[in-house]
Design a protein around this ligand. Structure first.
Ligand code: NDP
Length: 458
């Protein structure tokens, strides 16, 4: 006989865990199935270990700066295996916290591979379960189909499990994962080359951030092989060779495939259960995360909307509040802040200058300076900030920064943008001095006014 639940969630990553706990808090009987480790991509093989690796890399620069501040005998050698052991302990600890949160929340955890047998029936390694509602939250995985030979390269999962820093590294792609690991591994001592087909890295970000990131990474000794198509990756006795469309070949000891991720929809029995998939293999959903099959919803990277952890969490909670909490909640995907943890880091919320000026007249305010902390230690590193402001209504449409602490600063400013702040609100905000963040409230004159003259931008 099959067991009956109100909700079965497939996938115990950030989104699935958030949805299951919220639904259980509303009184639902919930089971969550997970085929791997509890915590998913973000906690086990993504954001969290990546950030721990970024912190490790940051000490190289901190040691250099220390001598500029009068410290002596500041040198050190990075042993990646020591970092790897400490990281593994930390991830175990966090996985334990996730499991405890599920147990404390009254959510039953079933470890095993889940597959839909019908729109209301799930098989988990031979156990048959039924539920009024099923939520697909299986996330995504690295893609290998952009060019031949990519399966030979490491993925971000493998880089996070390295126990030695490769002498040289070829990073293939110019997106989030490519730029973050290029920056981190260079910080740890690898000789890094990044190959991407666009002129600038990080397609979709404001052009001023993209060009400044490229300059800053090159100043740190990273080779950016940009603007040429990529043809094939080969592996020989002396390492990896990447053929490019102009006939040139880039070589390195190790290679990282960072050409994007694909939704995890294979083997779940989705299409047999009537769930429509998009051309890219994602679960097609409406604004309430509802799939084409009655009783089945999907959230997070498996839907390929905005593939970020906080978005998956918000989608999961909105689903649970709507279906079990008696309150219709919808996620607004238009103003999602995000950060790229390079050195220097990037953070952004709202419209880029180029996107905003398509919609109406725009005033652009900028600040570009050498931050006190690194300038004192003799560094030429710069920070850059930009406000994109509606030329008619004065509403702030975009906030962009590259430089130390950009993710922390932009996270706070995202609140102001969510509240619909105008440039005048920024102007009447007093500065916290001396900080870098104060530059955002001290921008007096626009550096330029651009875009067509039309009605204010909504
Ligand atoms: P991205 O989509 O960011 O980048 C993929 C890169 O691969 C792009 O540079 C793209 O080039 C390139 N590419 C794709 N196909 C080809 C091809 N056929 N030939 C040459 N180049 C190709 O994916 P990532 O893997 O970096 O990251 C996946 C997702 O994970 C991101 O979208 C992001 O949402 C999330 N993430 C977020 C992080 C954060 O918030 N800090 C960190 C890491 C990941 P092109 O631009 O020219 O198409």
């Amino acid at each position: 006989m099959s067991e009956q639940f109100d909700l079965i969630v497939i996938g115990a990553g950030s989104g699935g865990v958030a949805a299951s706990r919220r639904a259980a808090a509303h009184g639902a009987r919930v089971l969550i199935a997970e085929a791997d480790r509890v915590g998913g991509t973000c906690v086990i093989r993504g954001c969290v270990p990546k950030k721990l690796m970024m912190y490790a890399a940051g000490y190289a620069q901190a040691l250099q700066e220390a001598s500029g501040y009068g410290w002596t005998d500041v040198s050190g050698r990075f042993e990646m295996s020591r970092w790897a052991d400490a990281k593994a302990r930390e991830i175990d600890r966090l996985e334990g916290i996730y499991r405890k949160m599920l147990a404390d929340g009254g959510v039953e955890l079933a470890l095993g591979r889940a597959r839909l047998l019908a729109p209301d029936t799930v098989d988990i390694d031979g156990r048959t379960l039924r539920a009024g509602r099923i939520l697909i939250a299986t996330g995504g995985a690295p893609a290998h189909d952009a060019l031949p030979g990519l399966e030979l390269a490491m993925t971000s999962n493998d880089v996070l499990n390295l126990r030695e820093v490769p002498k040289s590294l070829l990073v293939i792609g110019g997106g989030y994962i490519a730029m973050e690991f290029a920056s981190i591994l260079a910080g740890l001592g690898s000789k890094v080359t990044v190959a991407y087909r666009a002129t600038h890295p990080l397609r979709g970000f404001d052009t001023d951030l993209r060009t400044r990131l490229a300059q800053a990474l090159e100043a740190r000794g990273i080779t950016l092989a940009a603007g040429v198509g990529l043809k094939a990756l080969q592996r020989g006795e002396s390492g990896f060779a990447l053929q490019r469309a102009d006939g040139s070949v880039l070589t390195a000891d190790a290679a990282l495939n960072a050409t994007g991720r694909r939704p995890n929809t294979a083997g779940l029995g989705l299409e047999e259960a009537g769930v429509r998939l998009t051309a890219g293999g994602a679960v097609a959903v409406d604004a309430d995360s509802r799939s084409s099959a009655p009783g089945i919803w999907a959230i997070g990277d498996v839907t390929d909307r905005v593939n970020l952890t906080p978005v998956a969490i918000a989608e999961g909670r909105a689903f649970a509040d709507t279906e079990f909490g008696g309150r219709h909640v919808r996620v607004d995907h238009r103003t999602v802040a995000s950060a790229v943890f390079t050195d220097p880091p990037i953070a952004t919320v709202g419209l880029s200058e180029a996107d905003a000026m398509k919609l109406g007249p725009v005033d652009v305010y900028e600040a570009d300076f050498r931050p006190m902390k690194t300038a004192f230690a003799g560094s030429d590193a710069r920070s850059y900030m930009k406000l994109v402001v509606d030329g008619l209504s004065e509403r702030v449409l975009g906030i962009h920064m590259i430089g130390a602490d950009a993710p922390e600063i932009v996270q706070s400013l995202a609140v102001a943008m969510t509240c619909g702040a105008t440039k005048r609100d920024f102007d009447r905000t007093l500065a916290v001095h001396p900080t870098a963040a104060e530059e955002f409230v001290l921008m007096r004159q626009p550096s330029r006014s651009v875009g067509p003259v039309s009605s204010p931008i909504n």
